[in-house]
Write a protein that binds this ligand. Structure first.
Ligand SMILES: CCCCCCC/C=C/C(=O)SCCNC(=O)CCNC(=O)[C@H](O)C(C)(C)COP(=O)(O)OP(=O)(O)OC[C@H]1O[C@@H](n2cnc3c(N)ncnc32)[C@H](O)[C@@H]1OP(=O)(O)O
Length: 281
């Protein structure tokens, strides 16, 4: 039987702000004693919306995995139908001016940590994975997805624009022509379509099988020198990582300018309403 030790269960202070959804951690890290592989699970009901708290927890958990000598990292969700609904739109709609800065900075941190992780990474995509969810999945090196879900960068459909580094992750997985068309269309792919285009690597029939397949992928590096592997990965990803490092401040200002446009606020409000109406029906 697999013996896992669950890390990262340090309680957090309870907040009063609407965004502080829980007093406990929104991610857990379980390391398999036998394989040395860490499974990082997102657990922010109802849809793993990436708010400031979840982003901070993700960043901390990725840091722990980097620090605890794990052989690899598998990212997944505790929700049986949603990997992540992407950025929590409530963070961007009528935003608090200080919090929105922290929010975007935390998102940048998560991308830099995950895309630039020194350990092999895989995503067990056990549910829908739009926008920011797709960003997390495509920041990993390997993707296994369950049937009958959707994945993609749908930003243009919401009247917003995915930043360059969202596109970098997407382009590291898809051929440029396919990526360009999908980004412009804001296209969401079914599991089957995602497999055929190469956006995911394998389909699994259950979460357990997806985790196994991710572990098998990470196992393929068992006989590769870890330092040589991680330096190779980092060199291959250095241009995109360095670009965001160099442009972090401008990227933040661009986001703040865009998010505060009245037309963008109006669009986000309408989209939120449509999500709520859909949830009621
Ligand atoms: C403005 C500048 C922008 C710069 C660029 C930023 C780049 C943006 C990246 C993003 O990630 S934007 C977010 C994009 N995400 C989506 O479009 C997903 C929207 N959600 C869905 O499609 C569905 O909810 C789902 C994920 C497929 C799940 O469907 P399901 O039927 O299971 O649940 P729902 O009933 O739809 O939702 C339950 C509950 O959750 C709320 N919700 C869903 N997604 C979000 C979200 N992204 N942010 C905030 N809230 C979300 C939904 O309204 C329901 O709420 P309640 O009605 O229960 O209160």
């Amino acid at each position: 039987m697999m013996r896992s030790k669950v890390l990262s269960l340090v309680p957090r202070a309870t907040g009063v702000c609407r965004h502080m959804s829980t007093a406990t951690k929104l991610t857990t890290v379980a390391v398999d004693d036998k394989t040395g592989i860490a499974t990082l699970t997102m657990n922010r009901p109802p849809v793993n919306g990436l708010n400031l708290d979840l982003l901070r927890d993700l960043n901390q958990s990725i840091g722990e995995v980097e620090g605890n000598k794990s052989r690899g990292l598998i990212l997944t969700s505790s929700n049986p139908t949603i990997f992540s609904a992407g950025l929590d739109i409530l963070e961007m709609y009528k935003p608090d001016k200080d919090r929105i800065r922290e929010f975007w900075t935390a998102l940048q941190d998560v991308w830099l940590a995950l895309y630039g992780s020194s350990v092999p990474t895989a995503a067990a995509i056990n549910g829908h994975s739009p926008a920011g969810g797709c960003l997390l999945a495509t920041s990993c090196e390997y993707r296994v997805m369950l049937p009958k879900f959707t994945i993609g960068l749908n930003e243009t459909k919401l009247g917003i624009v995915a930043p360059k580094w969202f596109m970098s992750s997407f382009l590291s997985v898809l051929p440029r022509r396919e990526a360009e068309r999908a980004l412009n269309q804001g296209r969401m792919f079914t599991t089957e379509e995602a497999l055929s285009i190469g956006l995911i690597d394998e389909v699994a029939i259950s979460k357990e099988q997806a985790l196994d397949k991710c572990a098998q992928f990470i196992g393929t590096f068992a006989k590769v020198n870890p330092l040589a592997r991680s330096l190779t990965k980092q060199q291959l990803r250095a241009v995109e990582l360095q670009q965001l490092e160099n442009e972090r401040a401008q990227d933040l200002e661009r986001f703040l300018f865009f998010v505060n446009q009245p037309s963008v606020q109006k669009g986000l409000g309408i989209y939120l309403e449509s999500l709520k109406k859909k949830a009621k029906n």
